[in-house]
Design a binder for this molecule. Structure first.
Ligand SMILES: Cc1cc2nc3c(=O)[nH]c(=O)nc-3n(C[C@H](O)[C@H](O)[C@H](O)COP(=O)(O)O)c2cc1C
Length: 335
């Protein structure tokens, strides 16, 4: 059987591959709240409301952010294969579920930077163990920050006073969420999905709460990931934020988060999102005050160097491509 080279593939095959590659994107609680549709001349991204966190994320902020990560993964996969695409975000006001449409494809050179980021998609993962004592280099922070700003959002490293405020806010958010039966039930659902390709398996959740200044999310159950005696002294905490608090900004923030997380992976920096503080209204307001009114907070991120001496957690499973990529409109055209 002859293998087509990347330069003579029909676009629909490239589109199916890009949407499939985007399945590796991280999402809140590994909900993978996206649905792709491949058309003869376009690729559409819709939110999958059935996998929204109705209790923790009623406004769909984290859902749209997660879809933005998948969008950037798909864009990058296309660029790596030498495809330029026009991207329309929220293209149809009558259909708010349609988050993006990629179309107007044209050929260019294969993009080596994008190829490197595609390799990073395969190794990137969330490592919830405490970080090592080695601080993240300033040059790495600069590159990670630039990756966010290049996608139109902003990224601010918190100073030590702000980290103390974050610590108090994160611990308060944990209490509020633990006291809310619906959020508790939702968390229990997404942490007991073994074998479904969604949610968080015990292997990626800490055996016990790590001893850190900023508390990690309390998943309401312990997992089997050994955490050791480490701390978060050498971690940097950052806020991902932007000018507006609306779906298009959340989508772009997701694209920026993808770019920065893949860049961090390339640089050997571990990134862990902390979303409890943005899920709870009162603590999201505290983050807004931390920003002194210059923007709206979307997500907190912990940056650090993972413990090099021990293996990290395994990869978190994903849904099969045919569950999130609809190819019915191009059947027979690709393959
Ligand atoms: C928007 C968003 C919010 C997240 N919030 C948290 C969080 O609060 N705590 C945490 O430990 N992981 C958080 N994560 C990490 C996800 O649980 C993780 O990406 C997902 O389970 C897939 O695993 P992987 O990143 O190892 O591929 C978040 C991820 C995203 C994209």
């Amino acid at each position: 059987m002859s293998q087509q080279s990347p330069t003579d593939r029909p676009p629909t095959t490239a589109l199916v591959e890009a949407a499939t590659t985007a399945g590796q994107a991280p999402s809140v609680h590994n909900t993978q709240p996206w649905q792709w549709r491949v058309l003869p001349d376009a690729l559409e991204l819709r939110m999958a409301r059935s996998r929204q966190l109705a209790a923790a994320d009623p406004e769909a902020r984290l859902l749209v952010l997660s879809c933005g990560i998948a969008l950037h993964h798909a864009r990058t996969a296309l660029a790596a294969e030498g495809w330029i695409a026009m991207v329309e975000r929220l293209p149809d006001p009558a259909e708010p579920e349609l988050l993006a449409r990629l179309s107007g494809f044209s050929r260019t050179d294969l993009d080596p930077d994008a190829m490197r980021l595609v390799q990073c998609m395969r190794i990137r993962h969330t490592d919830r163990r405490p970080v090592s004592e080695e601080p993240v280099a300033d040059s790495a922070i600069e590159e990670i920050t630039h990756a966010v700003t290049a996608e139109g959002s902003r990224f601010q490293i918190l100073d030590s006073d702000q980290v103390m405020e974050l610590a108090a806010a994160a611990s308060h958010a944990d209490i509020v969420e633990a006291e809310d039966p619906e959020t508790r039930e939702e968390l229990a659902y997404w942490t007991s999905r073994a074998g479904t390709g969604t949610g968080l398996p015990p292997e990626v959740l800490p055996e016990q709460a790590p001893q850190t200044t900023v508390p990690a999310r309390d998943f309401g159950r312990s997992g089997s990931l050994p955490v050791g005696p480490g701390h978060d002294r050498a971690a940097a905490y950052a806020l991902l934020f932007g000018d507006e608090d609306e779906p298009e900004s959340w989508l772009r923030a997701g694209e920026g988060l993808s770019a920065s997380w893949l860049t961090a992976t390339r640089l050997g920096v571990s990134m862990v999102p902390l979303s409890g503080v943005v899920e709870v209204d009162s603590t999201r307001q505290i983050l807004r005050e931390l920003l002194a009114g210059i923007g709206f907070p979307y997500l907190v991120l912990r940056l650090g160097i993972a413990d090099p001496a021990h293996a990290g957690p395994p990869h978190t499973p994903r849904l099969a491509a045919d569950q999130v990529v609809d190819t019915s409109a191009v059947r027979g055209e690709h393959g």
